[in-house]
Design a protein around this ligand. Structure first.
Ligand SMILES: Cc1cc2nc3c(=O)[nH]c(=O)nc-3n(C[C@H](O)[C@H](O)[C@H](O)COP(=O)(O)OP(=O)(O)OC[C@H]3O[C@@H](n4cnc5c(N)ncnc54)[C@H](O)[C@@H]3O)c2cc1C
Length: 372
């Protein structure tokens, strides 16, 4: 059994916060640093599945988490003309809780942040590491606010454009634009919307319940050349993209009126196939495996990373042995999610064979039901 460590986590997002909760629960001292002084997240929602419900149970946040979102037990799949073609049941991995949850990102962030702090993690906002000096026995870190400290290990949970990854592995692959983007917008929850509804097609769409009052719509569009859109006029651009969509999506699109409410994101993908650690510094979440959202599993993989990392760090005395075991347990599963999500994306763009969304979703549910 490893002894309690003094741990720095770089990044206070979903991966960093779940790692903080899991590591504190095992008795380690944890400091989280977050570069954004306001520690804010954008206001649309996120889909999470049974493996995340199971993980949230293990992290001890399940009651607040379920109370803040909308649980559901199936995914409804529609043809491009709106016809319902399949209802994919999803298995409950914790019998008394729903199989899936839609939740707003700010609500999820608030729950994880509150739990990390009440569990004893120190959270420092508005700072970033300037230098990480690993001498083999510990890591000396100097921070952007002029302070410095020494830690036993450092966890880089700083997302897709991770500076920690760039420091450790300057030659690691860079995020690659897929040719597709996603648009998201909050709308009043449609009466009777009690599942994720997916609409297939070259322009894909989905409706996700996330509270009693709200759902969010996501729309995937081909965006050759990765154009930049001005914020002014964003709502009318999105409405125009939906002009030929299924009738119920077209009707809902009339409610997309606020430019500031539109969250636009070019879709990028990344998989680090080499090591995920160097010496006493290790990476997790989007910093090493960023997936397109076609299976709704990106955050799920980051959260599972956190549990496995905490487990391995607490099991081994030697950090490098712990980090190697952690990557060993995580790599195939993360690669599966990144690859299958990208295959769906490429199929939608006509850059690869079409992937049957209902089949892919059913297979993903089976695969992610396996223990981590
Ligand atoms: C359009 C879209 C839709 C998605 N939908 C879903 C979904 O429905 N379900 C799902 O499970 N996943 C979804 N995902 C994926 C999910 O959002 C990510 O996988 C998840 O947020 C990764 O968490 P993370 O903590 O690794 O990184 P991030 O969430 O990016 O957090 C990184 C944090 O580190 C901070 N940071 C960065 N650099 C530094 C630094 N140098 N110093 C200090 N702090 C720093 C950032 O400010 C941020 O707070 C989606 C992704 C996209 C793009």
């Amino acid at each position: 059994m490893g002894s309690p460590l003094d741990i720095l986590i770089v990044g206070g997002g979903i991966g960093g916060l779940t790692a903080a909760i899991a590591l504190r629960a095992r008795g380690h001292a944890v400091t989280v640093i977050e570069r954004d002084p306001s520690w804010s997240v954008y206001g649309v929602g996120i889909i999470q599945q049974g493996n995340v419900i199971r993980a949230m149970t293990e992290l001890g946040v399940i009651d607040d988490y379920l109370a803040a979102g909308v649980g559901f037990d199936k995914v409804a799949v529609h043809a491009p003309d709106g016809t319902l073609v399949a209802q994919v049941p999803s298995k409950r991995l914790v019998e008394r809780y729903p199989a899936n949850l839609g939740i707003s990102r700010p609500a999820l962030h608030e729950i994880l942040g509150r739990r990390a702090k009440s569990g004893g993690a120190e959270v420092r906002l508005g700072i970033t590491p300037l230098a990480l000096d690993d001498d083999g026995d510990g890591v000396d870190v100097s921070f952007s606010d002029g302070t410095a400290a020494r830690f036993d290990i450092v966890v880089g949970a700083d997302g897709l454009y991770s500076e920690t990854r760039a420091k450790l592995f300057p030659d690691a692959p860079q995020p690659a634009f897929t040719g597709q983007a996603v648009w998201r917008y909050n709308l009043p929850r449609r009466a009777g919307l009690d599942a994720l509804h997916v609409y297939n097609g070259r322009i894909g769409a989905g409706l996700v319940p996330m509270s009693d009052a709200l759902m969010y719509m996501y729309v995937t569009t081909p965006e050759p050349g990765n154009p930049r859109y001005e914020r002014d006029g964003l709502a009318s651009v999105l409405r125009a993209k939906l002009a030929q969509h299924a009738p119920d999506i077209r009707t809902l699109a009339e409610g997309i009126v606020d430019d500031d409410g539109v969250v636009y994101r070019p879709l990028e993908t990344l998989l680090v196939t080499g090591p995920w650690h160097k010496g006493r510094i290790v990476l997790l979440g989007d910093a090493v495996h960023a997936t397109t959202p076609h299976l709704g599993q990106g955050a799920g993989m980051a959260i599972e990373d956190s549990l496995v990392l905490a487990d391995e760090v607490s099991r081994h005395d030697d950090p490098e042995a712990a980090f190697t075991a952690y990557r060993e347990r995580r790599f195939d599963r993360c690669r599966y999610i990144v690859d299958l999500s990208l295959a769906i994306c490429r199929g939608q763009l006509g850059k690869g064979p079409p992937v049957d969304n209902a089949l892919a979703t059913a297979e993903m549910f089976q695969r992610t039901a396996e223990p981590i």
